[in-house]
Design a protein around this ligand. Structure first.
Ligand code: AMP
Length: 184
């Protein structure tokens, strides 16, 4: 099972990804978590990513694509994964297609839909370093301008599964599981 979870900052991607990856027994790959880990450990990748990540900008595609390519070459993801926070640009989406094993396809793209006022409320109480109001606004704008158009790209491929990302966490998880099982 190869899934993407897609949605604006604060949509609950990370929370849902943990439950969903457990349910389908696939590895959860969060590019944001990988970047944060590298930044914490001050690796060369972390040093390259830090100023982008902390100001709410996207890390350049070449850096991000190389990191995901390396992660997807590991044996635990040969048969499936849940990618969280990637792809975020059209160039990342085409890079991902080239990274998949010969003949392999994505099984679904979970599109988490949450109203903007709810996102602002959640992000301003989360307390992460990139959750300052100005940074939040920048992240939402970049999502809207650069990442959101990818939803249509996956919708055209028949892969997009719209999920209403408000309400109880368990209800949202159930909605996702039903949507994925409905496809397969
Ligand atoms: P996230 O936790 O997914 O919101 O990611 C936190 C930060 O990591 C983002 O604001 C970006 O700076 C960086 N990041 C994560 N995923 C990507 C990606 N696919 N492309 C570029 N930058 C990313």
């Amino acid at each position: 099972m190869r899934l993407l979870i897609f949605g604006p900052p604060g949509a609950g991607k990370g929370t849902q990804a943990q439950f969903i990856s457990k349910y389908f027994d696939i590895s959860h790959i969060s590019t944001g978590d990988i970047f944060r880990e590298h930044i914490r450990n001050e690796t060369p990748l972390g040093i390259a990513a830090k100023r982008y990540s902390e100001s709410g900008e996207l890390v350049p595609d070449e850096v991000t694509n190389a990191m995901v390519r390396e992660r997807l070459s590991q044996p635990d993801v040969a048969d499936g994964f849940l990618l969280d926070g990637y792809p975020r640009t059209p160039s990342q989406a085409s890079a991902l297609e080239e990274m998949l094993p010969e003949g392999a396809q994505l099984d679904g793209v979970l599109n988490m839909i949450v109203p903007e006022e709810e996102l602002l409320k959640r992000l301003s109480t989360r307390g992460r370093q990139d959750d300052e109001l100005e940074t939040i606004r920048r992240r939402l704008r970049i999502y809207h301008d650069t990442t959101e158009p990818l939803a249509d790209y996956y919708r055209d491929k028949g892969l997009l599964l719209d999920i209403r990302g408000v309400g109880g966490i368990d209800d949202i998880t159930k909605q996702i599981i039903d949507a994925v099982n409905g496809r397969s």
